[in-house]
Design a protein around this ligand. Structure first.
Ligand SMILES: *Cc1c(COP(=O)(O)O)cnc(C)c1O
Length: 449
């Protein structure tokens, strides 16, 4: 893109709209040209053609509002920045799915089929469940599960799990919206099996016990709750279903990387949960989606419920989710292929080397002092919020701009960079920056400083 901006033919546009606006328009135009080229290898664009297209965008005032950004906040699963960046395999799958596809057609018989067929076997294979399906997001999956399995009956939930996850997802509200009635048991810090027993005596028509992972909330000290297998045993002995809302949805064991308190989907199913619900774009590292994995008859009931139609996953997210889940099948190593897992598991020395590389790229910029510092990143995304990841940041101090000003200039330049401010210094955390982004990041720092 630099070559086009520097082309003599770009000079009038540069003078008229400014370098940043021109670069922004060219980025979009180039993305469109690449997509066109993927469809038709003969559609090679000319520099003049690209500049014309950029001028048309700029002149008609078509200002975009949605931009790619470089995430230098150090928060890996950053909900406000779109949570999980997708693996290249998922991006390719979305591109391939953009036109017509056999979303709901069986190619053998030519007859109508279900979009759930593409995911069912894959979710089962990876989680060890009998069956699985996905809807638009995890909040939707919880709503659907309760509506399909518990509408019109009491749902038993521990008082310690009546949490708000963020973004307005409150467990009591979702239970109410599903048409079931909340039965609270235990105390905020302690819930015992006998509390569940009492609730069942008071509400013999209950069908479901809901267990919720408190995600971005932790209680410490004098606390207790029955182990999941104990609760499952109790539920099954009384003809109840145990549904667990896990939220984060770890499919690999993250404890070797120091992330010890994130329950795995497979472990919940093994402990006896009948249905487990989790997000596609948190620890799984895929597109926005809500996945339900568990007993075949229960998954079928979810799929048949009218809400499943209202909450269904679109073909692009479906394609991306299938491609992401495939990265969890051996011999693929998801910590290498899935960006969220790569960022969560990367050793601090590798992050430090990236900070060094950035330091070299921006060395000698006038009026700017840059230094590599030790810092802490976070998993984020309602998962393990308190869990700090040892990280490295490039600390920027400008002789011309204060920290607030510099941070704003980084956010609003031709490449949008988000960092954080600590003690009047702008920190760019390199844990959440990809190696491939370093040249662009260096250019953005140069422009902003
Ligand atoms: C994040 C989370 C949700 C909501 O998931 P979305 O995919 O954002 O809808 C629900 N339950 C738990 C426990 C969560 O952590």
């Amino acid at each position: 893109m630099g070559a086009i901006c520097d082309d003599p033919a770009a000079r009038p546009l540069n003078a008229r709209f400014g370098a940043a606006a021109l670069a922004g328009a060219l980025r979009t135009v180039l993305a469109e040209a690449r997509a066109q080229l993927a469809l038709d290898p003969r559609a090679v664009p000319s520099v003049a053609g690209l500049l014309d297209a950029a001028e048309a965008r700029l002149a008609d005032g078509a200002r975009d509002t949605l931009f790619p950004v470089i995430n230098a906040t150090g928060v890996v699963i950053h909900t406000n920045l779109g949570r999980a960046p997708l693996a290249v395999e998922a991006v390719a799958a979305m591109q391939a799915a953009m036109g017509y596809g056999n979303l709901e057609i069986n190619l053998e018989t030519g007859r109508r089929a279900s979009r759930h067929d593409h995911l069912d076997g894959l979710i089962a294979e990876i989680t060890g469940a009998e069956a699985g399906l996905a809807v638009n997001n995890c909040a939707g999956a919880v709503l659907l599960a309760l509506a399909a399995l518990a509408a019109g009956t009491p749902v038993i939930v521990s008082r310690g799990e009546l949490v708000e996850i963020g973004g307005g997802f409150r467990v009591p509200d979702v239970v109410a919206q599903s048409g079931s009635a909340l039965v609270e048991v235990g105390a905020t810090n302690r819930t015992h099996l006998r509390d569940y027993e009492q609730a069942l005596r008071d509400h013999p028509d209950a069908r479901v016990i809901l267990r919720t992972h408190p995600s971005n909330f932790r209680m410490t000290g004098f606390t207790s709750a029955p182990a999941l297998d104990t609760l499952a045993h109790f539920a099954h002995a009384h003809g109840l279903l145990l549904v667990e809302d896990l939220g984060g949805g770890a499919l690999i064991d993250l404890s070797p990387y120091g992330i010890a308190d994130e329950p795995m989907v497979q472990a919940s199913l093994q402990a006896g949960a009948d249905l487990v619900l989790f997000s596609g774009d948190k620890l799984l590292g895929g597109p926005q989606a809500g996945i339900a994995a568990g007993r075949r008859d229960l998954v079928d009931r979810l799929a048949r419920h009218p809400l499943a139609r209202a909450l269904r996953l679109d073909k692009l997210s479906l394609a991306a989710l299938v491609a992401t889940l495939r990265l969890y099948r051996p011999p693929a190593d998801p910590t290498r292929r899935v960006p969220v897992l790569r960022m969560l598991t990367e050793p601090a020395q590798v992050v430090a080397a990236r900070a060094q590389a950035l330091g070299v790229l921006i060395a000698g910029l006038p009026m700017l002092e840059a230094q590599t510092v030790e810092t802490q990143g976070y998993a984020g995304g309602g998962a393990m919020p308190m869990h700090a990841l040892p990280s490295r940041a490039t600390a920027l101090r400008s002789a011309r701009f204060g920290a607030e000003d510099l941070a704003r200039r980084l956010r609003t330049g031709a490449t949008h960079v988000l960092g954080r401010i600590e003690r009047d210094v702008v920190l760019l955390d390199l844990r959440t920056v990809a190696d491939a982004e370093l040249p662009l990041l260096a250019e953005a720092i140069r422009d902003a400083s």
